[in-house]
Design a binder for this molecule. Sequence first.
Ligand code: ADP
Length: 603
Amino acid sequence: MIGVLLFSFLGIAILAQVLTQQEQKQQTQRLLSQGSYLVSLIALHRTDDFTGNKGDFFLRTLTEYVSAEGLVYCFIHDHTGSLLASLGRHDLVSKIPTDVQRESLLTSGFSTQTFLLKGPDLTIYEFSKPIFEKAQRSGTVRLGFQLPPPALFSLERVRLLAIIAFVIFTMVAFCYYGIIVALRRVNNLHLKLRNMFTDSAPEQTLHRNITGVDQVVDDLEQSLILFKQRMKNIESSKIEMEAKFCVTAYEKNQIMTILDSMKSGIIVTDSQDNIMHINSYMLALLNRKREDMIDYPVGETLGHEELTSFVSRQGTEEQDRAMGTAELSFPEVIPGNVFRVSSPYLKDPEGTVTGKIILVENISNEKLAEKAQQNFIAHVTHELFTPLTTIKSYNEMLMTGEVQEGDTQREFFNTILEETDRLQRLIENLLNISKIEMGGLTLDRGLVKSDWLVHDCIAAIETVARKKHIALEKYLPDIFPSLFGDKELLKVAIINVLGNAVKYTPEHGKISFALGDTDGMATFEIRDNGYGIGEEDLPHIFSKFYRSKDPRVVEQTGSGLGLGISSEIISLHGGKIYARSAPGKGTHFTISLPKEEYHIGKQ
Ligand code: ADP
């Protein structure tokens, strides 16, 4: 503020100085025109007019007339230069430089000279003009004028300066007020910024006095630095949040993808029972679109009577636990399939219920397995009873002497032996499958000569094959390879395959059994020209309890366990089994097993 005032005063002083100089210039101008006019006027007189009474009268008149105009002296010279009349202060006249007088007396026309009068230090303007009478110079008039001293503070100027000062001060006051208002707003801005980052109460800080511009600017700068830091922090938190959001969105997406890829129907609801998510499988089951279900109450939008009634039955947790699960079906979408619905609650870490999951699982396979097991028990029972009944009845007939003929007796004994073998194989298979199921099938390894193995396997099926008039061709090597394994189990594995060839080949058919060497493995090839296996059955024949639905297969006795056991035994020996078949033309099984030389020294 003081600076502004000083600056204003300086401005006013400079203005006053300029005005003074301007005024002096005007005065000099006026003096020059006045001096030249007056000297010309006096020069019109004759020299006689300046002597005697006339001269006194002239000088008196001149004194009165021009005293106020700064006339310092007036000299009238005759043509010789002698003074005829003079007016002025004698102390000053004596100080006029002589060359000034000479110049004036010698000049033939009007002249003006300026010189400094030493002593009082006055600037004098001397005007001179010769007096002519009858075309002869009769004298000279000299007038000396002094410029009035510059009046720095004349009344007009003081008035003008006062007006200017008033205007300036009014403007300064307005500016000052404007600056204060602006500063207050800046100060408030700074305080607001600071309040954003601190806990100080706004009313305490907003009415703080402004002590200076520097302080306000400093405070604002501090606040802006703080603000900038905060902005940086916010920016980095924002980036962090965005990254977290991306991760969450990615994870959510992953979960949704996983849910969508599941082969069970899933509905996730919130605590108000509105649907939050429904997976593709469930949408397909309900034959609905996602947008028609999301955010709708689950009890009103399912469009499936059984499912809606299950969901609506849910109430308290205890009730729900008692209710457990329910079985339902979607006959229009997947006919013949059975589904199980359950609905566990979703809870947060505090145990509060936040929603529930409605899970719909296809349990048709479980049901089928259950049915297959029931069938299996019935089947096995039948399989066990059939040979037992035959053995029992044939035995009774032999013991009671009902059969007397030697040939018939022999045939009866043979049948009893065959049925006993069948029974034994069935029991072995059952034992093996139960061992496999329990993971307890272990190998009793030893050297297995493949010629013995081939012999035993052929012996096991020969009688039945002969009965069906099936030709059995053998392609055996000169040198039989030795195997390292469990002879009894290997026998079971091969007999199951050979037995099937006999079983599923009609009478007068043909079976071939070959042993060879492929890629260093002992390879058994069992071919038949029987019924063959359909394309739909082929991928399942090694699954336990699987039997083709072909009536020619169904009429044969069987448990669906043989090939499952064979494949397990072969794989335990590090071998492979696979089948190729053409329905109506026959089947070709290949069993490859590592040869004995791989195991030398390992026993
Ligand atoms: P099964 O006791 O029914 O013979 P397997 O496990 O031995 O059980 O065989 C499974 C199914 O594979 C059989 O039911 C049959 O449909 C089919 N199969 C196996 N071997 C043959 C074959 N040589 N010819 C035709 N079908 C066969």
